[in-house]
Design a protein around this ligand. Structure first.
Ligand code: CTP
Length: 399
């Protein structure tokens, strides 16, 4: 399951909005991820973009006219609809949404949507006034009522110059939405997985914090991997430079104590807790209300008090707990003792001294240690792949 898009058939319907320039990026990212992308364009879309643009990216025919003799749809007008694993209309104009709401099928996009049994995602893109118009709102509600997934729109600057609701979602969100849809019957469907990410920040004064090198990448990758297997995912994270993953419930915290209370709340009905966050073991005994002045002394010390061990403390009926052990020496022995002392099912031992592993990298080299004493040394993998390795084991215990 490391690549949910590999060899999946995605029908991408492109309609006549300037936002279709973003669909080129979407088609490109899908193709790079191994998906087989069939692009369908309305006649209006071809006024914005040449079909050749999509053809060059997807290496597949682009359908612009159902009746053109060279079009696959002229032989079998539902061919693309039948092989699609997902149909996504991006951008979807107000006009196309209205046609879909009324079951019209007068261009390759609407014909394919009407004929498919695959899940349909609609990504609206239009001016704010058009989107807010009661007619569009009713049409969107009608599509939603039929089980279509409405992705967006986002708020922001629109082509008209207006600021408002109507921007098509960006590629990472649309990719996230496609993965959510493809994964919804996965082995973690109907399971709640809580993931913690990032490094906690313990304030000394309004300017300074005690922090660590965690960037949150491992936790975010885990949250996405769990989402892609159908889980309902809550991600409790400290501030990071990473974008919120689509379809994940993101809860932002700063300190260990805030993380503790968010996790206690989230875990009350969860099936698994995966604790990838780097929690500060200590926090300043007091946080100064005003910026501390450096004064004349050449040395300075702050009093610290121990933070609660969140992972050790949280427990629940049937809750599966996975921890991380970031170590620079005695990796396995230290991991094993943390597994026992914190009551874990699995611990991910992470050698932070390896250059391609640990803080801030996109890859990780870890050893998994389980309750039964098994140790599995994994090769260098992306953090997303490591996430799936961990989730394979979580899913097995849950099953
Ligand atoms: N952890 C936690 N609460 C803390 C400290 C750690 O929940 N106050 C969790 C981490 O998120 C990780 C696991 O416990 O999943 C192990 O964290 P690590 O920092 O490696 O170990 P510590 O228990 O802090 O022990 P030490 O710092 O002595 O190695």
């Amino acid at each position: 399951m490391p690549n949910p898009l590999e060899n999946r058939h995605i029908a991408l319907g492109v309609t006549g909005s300037i936002a279709c320039y973003k669909s080129v990026d979407l088609a490109s990212k899908l193709t790079q991820a191994g998906a087989l992308v069939d692009v369908l364009m309305t006649p209006e879309a071809t006024k914005f973009l040449a079909p050749l643009t999509f053809r060059s990216i997807t290496h597949r025919p682009v359908i612009t006219d159902i009746f053109a003799p060279e079009s696959e749809l002229s032989i079998n007008h539902v061919a693309v609809a039948e092989r699609a694993d997902v149909v996504i209309v991006a951008p979807a104009t107000a006009n196309t949404i209205a046609k879909l709401a009324h079951g019209l099928a007068d261009d390759p996009v609407t014909t394919t949507v009407l004929a498919t049994r695959a899940p349909v995602i609609v990504a609206p893109a239009m001016d704010a006034n058009m989107y807010e118009n009661a007619a569009t709102q009713q049409n969107v509600a009608a599509l939603q009522g039929r089980g279509y997934i409405i992705a967006g729109p986002a708020s922001g600057r629109l082509a008209s110059g207006l600021i408002g609701l109507g921007r098509m979602l960006e590629t990472p969100d649309l990719l996230g939405c496609i993965k959510v849809v493809l994964g919804r019957d996965g082995d973690l469907a109907n399971r709640k997985v809580v993931v913690s990410a990032g490094g906690t920040q313990e304030p000394i004064d309004p300017v300074r914090v005690i922090a660590n090198h965690s960037t949150g990448k491992m936790g975010y990758a885990l949250a996405e991997a769990a989402r892609d297997r159908g889980a309902d995912v809550s991600l409790v994270t400290t501030p990071t430079a990473l974008e919120d993953p689509y379809g994940v419930n993101v809860i932002k915290v700063r300190t260990a104590l805030e993380m503790r209370s968010a996790l206690l709340h989230q875990c009350s009905n969860a099936d698994a807790l995966i604790m990838a966050a780097a929690v500060a073991d200590w926090r300043p005994t007091e946080t100064a209300d005003h910026k501390l002045k450096k004064g004349d002394s050449d040395t300075w010390s702050i009093d610290l008090v121990k933070n609660p061990d969140i992972l050790a403390e949280i427990s629940g009926e049937g809750l599966i707990k996975v921890g991380f052990a970031a170590e620079s020496e005695d990796l396995i022995a230290n991991a094993q003792s943390k597994l026992v002392s914190k009551g874990l099912h699995l611990i991910v031992a992470n050698n932070i001294t390896a250059p391609d592993s640990g803080f801030g990298t996109d890859t990780n080299r870890v050893t998994l240690v389980d309750r039964e004493g098994r140790t599995t040394e994994l090769p260098l993998l992306t953090k997303y792949e490591v996430g799936h390795e961990i989730l394979d084991r979580v899913a097995k215990v849950l099953a």
